[in-house]
Design a protein around this ligand. Structure first.
Ligand code: SF4
Length: 457
């Protein structure tokens, strides 16, 4: 009998023992489950990482990490203990092979990127840019992106409890790094929130709001609750999605009494008014789904909200095989009751080439994950095409594999094309990583541009 390409096995979730890490050897279970303790003990620099690892990580790793922060990183370092503890869960730093395993770890690869991870010739694509999805161009009021006809993205704040190296909002989110300065909101938070609600009241064609940032877990709960309550007061809003990677990165926050009771109040109003509230999280790797994450997701479902869904990002070295994606989807679905929803191709921000997959690779992954999960839980692999929006990877109109250029069309005008009669006739381009192209394709790009620095445009 020939094995299937993927063999499903139910895996029990397990919380890795944080006490194996010397810096946290004495941390109690009570502290570990405290959101406050987690926030206070995030790793923000190499000194703190060294303290946690207690000398087990080889020194060249720290030099590699520091060089990346100085010359390449678009996001500053911020890793919650919860996330750091899921890296190399089976080894202690003193065990032989720990440093190699840490280098190879799928979560480390995107939360603690090092200089040697980046592609040496093409760290960035020549068309990579800050705000690569042009969200700020589509702000009718500051922080509110109106890209699709019926839905908007409300960027409430520019911080998160954790910073991901590949963050698509690297233009706005987090602290400045030596190579990337950050955009700062001009209006006060209260003025922005009021302007967003006023815009939504004045635009009855909008029915769906993604409440995001940053990460909504960094907004004081009463302020988040009052903003969502404000949305629930608007007749035309039927779907509200709260975006929070912290459901995985800081599940302790979503398990606090304040948040659970607040979410119960919002869910009750939503039910009364026939509105759906869902949480959208961002998990990229099966090892991130621990019992605490599952508890937090189920606690949210118990409040009466409609759903908890996952939008992961495809990242080379983290989840670029069908088995890794399926392991993740089953971990989410089986024990955490989180619905796999999307896998995005990594956006074309500076410094992301080593993470990005080609369109052909993404199409292959979509093909290879079909048929194992229930249909309703089989995620779509999507490309977020600049000035277009999310397209399923098989919707491409034309694809030049030699030059790595895909061409896409669309069926609606974005917020910046209200008067553009040709917007729906045009093709919009997206680009594969150059180093994956055949030699002729690579020569084409070399002849047109000098290999770019990380801080592209
Ligand atoms: S949690 Fe989301 S917004 Fe925050 S750094 Fe990660 S990808 Fe960016």
């Amino acid at each position: 009998m020939i094995d299937q390409p993927y063999v499903y096995r139910h895996r029990e979730l397990a919380e890795p023992d944080w006490r194996r890490l010397p810096g946290w050897a004495d941390v109690s279970g009570e502290d570990w489950e405290s959101a406050q303790w987690q926030r206070a003990h995030c790793v923000k620099n190499t000194r703190q990482l060294r303290q946690v690892m207690g000398g087990g990580l080889a020194e060249p790793f720290f030099a590699d990490l520091e060089r990346d922060q100085a010359e390449r990183a678009t996001m500053s370092m911020l890793v919650t203990p919860q996330m750091l503890n899921t890296m190399v869960a089976g080894l202690s730093p003193a065990d032989p092979g720990f440093t190699d395993a840490f280098y190879a770890d799928p979560v480390r690869r995107y939360m603690l990127p090092v200089f040697s991870d980046r592609h040496p010739e093409w760290p960035s694509h020549p068309h990579a840019s800050r705000d690569s999805l042009h969200e700020a161009e589509m702000w009718p009021v500051e922080g509110l992106t109106h890209r699709y006809p019926t839905k908007v993205l409300a960027e409430l704040l520019s911080t998160c409890p954790q910073y991901c190296g590949h963050c698509t909002r690297m233009d706005l989110v987090g602290n400045p790094t030596p190579v990337i300065d950050k955009h700062r909101f001009e209006a006060s938070r209260e003025d922005r929130f009021a302007a967003m609600l006023a815009y939504l009241r004045a635009n009855p064609g909008v029915r769906d709001v993604v409440v995001s940032g940053g990460d909504v877990a960094n907004l004081p709960w009463p302020r988040l609750e009052s903003f969502v309550a404000g949305l629930l007061d608007i007749e035309n809003i039927r779907d509200i999605r709260l975006a929070t990677k912290a459901l995985m990165g800081l599940p302790q926050f979503w398990l606090t009494d304040e948040v659970r009771s607040g979410m119960e109040r919002l869910a009750a109003i939503a039910r009364q008014r026939d509105v759906s509230i869902a949480i959208h999280t961002h998990v990229n790797s099966a090892q991130s789904v621990t019992p605490l994450v599952a508890r937090a997701a189920k606690a949210m479902l118990e409040t009466g909200i409609r759903d908890v869904r996952n939008q992961g990002v495809l990242l080379r070295g983290t989840n670029d095989t069908a088995a890794q994606l399926l392991d993740l989807c089953f971990a989410l679905l089986d024990d955490a009751k989180v619905m796999p929803y999307y896998f995005y191709m990594c956006d074309m921000i500076p410094g992301s080439e080593h993470w990005r997959l080609s369109l052909a690779e993404a199409q292959r992954l979509q093909h290879d994950i079909m048929g194992y999960l229930p249909g309703f839980a089989t995620p779509r692999v999507v490309c977020d095409v600049p000035y277009v929006g999310k397209r399923w990877v098989h919707q491409v109109a034309r694809y030049d594999r030699e030059l790595g250029i895909s061409y896409w069309t669309k069926n609606y005008r974005t917020g910046v094309e209200a008067d553009d009669s040709l917007a729906l006739e045009r093709e919009y381009e997206y680009y594969d990583p150059i180093y994956l192209l055949p030699e002729t394709g690579q020569q084409y790009w070399r002849s047109r541009v000098s290999p770019p620095l990380v801080a592209a445009s």
